[in-house]
Design a protein around this ligand. Structure first.
Ligand code: VGL
Ligand code: ZN
Length: 206
């Protein structure tokens, strides 16, 4: 095999799976699909939302605020979330059935208490890079197949940054799930206008 395509698995963590604190409907259904894909890629990389307890994205850290309310923090719009993916907790762990063995690198994000980080490439203010662009370029992976959770949050922002960085991006549409499907269908349209291709796992011929 001389394909150097990479599979990027975004935030397949317990808190985003039904039963978790920020559950994405159907999130568990993508795990076997992703497991079946891994062997077909030369490079598998994952991202992991990894927040300190005092993270500003948690409604619990703002007096009188409830999850899903919106605030402005340090000049950036911020949706407040239920506490999720706290460093070292079971909720931050990868889904127990996800095959983690083929994952060559794990990019953790959202570690700065003062800024959220939806994308696997940059924080939401685009101030700090995670190094993922450089890693993938040095590995020689021009094509990125993306999957994971949540489609309308971290998958969307990761793909947007990937396209901006010049990667050819393919979304594996049956290996992602959204918090809000209607919102995601608009986002998907936007990403396709920016050059993203949408594919189905079942259509991949390699
Ligand atoms: C995510 C909300 C907050 C995600 C992360 O992984 O999609 N969503 N933090
Ligand atoms: Zn988060």
């Amino acid at each position: 095999m001389n394909r150097m395509d990479a599979l990027l698995i975004i935030d397949v963590q317990n808190d985003f799976i039904p039963g978790g604190s920020l559950a994405v409907p159907g999130g568990d259904e993508i795990v076997p699909v992703i497991n079946g894909l891994m062997d077909r890629f030369e490079l598998v990389v994952a991202t992991q939302d990894w927040h300190p307890k005092d993270h500003i994205s948690f409604a619990s850290n703002h007096q009188g605020k409830k999850p899903f309310e919106q605030i402005v923090h340090l000049g950036l719009d911020q949706i407040l979330w239920p506490d999720h993916c706290v460093q070292g907790t079971p909720g931050a762990g990868f889904h127990p059935e996800l095959n983690v063995n083929p994952i060559e690198a794990i990019i953790r994000k959202g570690m700065d208490p003062d800024i959220d980080s939806y994308s696997g490439f940059y924080d939401n203010g685009h101030k700090k890079s995670t190094g993922l662009t450089g890693y993938l370029k040095e590995k020689g992976s021009p094509v990125l197949y993306c999957c994971g959770l949540a489609a309308d949050v971290c998958v969307y922002f990761t793909i947007k940054d990937a396209l901006k960085a010049g990667f050819q991006v393919k979304l594996i549409a049956d290996a992602t799930r959204a918090l809000d499907n209607e919102k995601f269908s608009k986002m998907k349209k936007e990403l396709m206008e920016l050059g993203m291709e949408s594919v189905e796992n079942t259509d991949l011929t390699f």
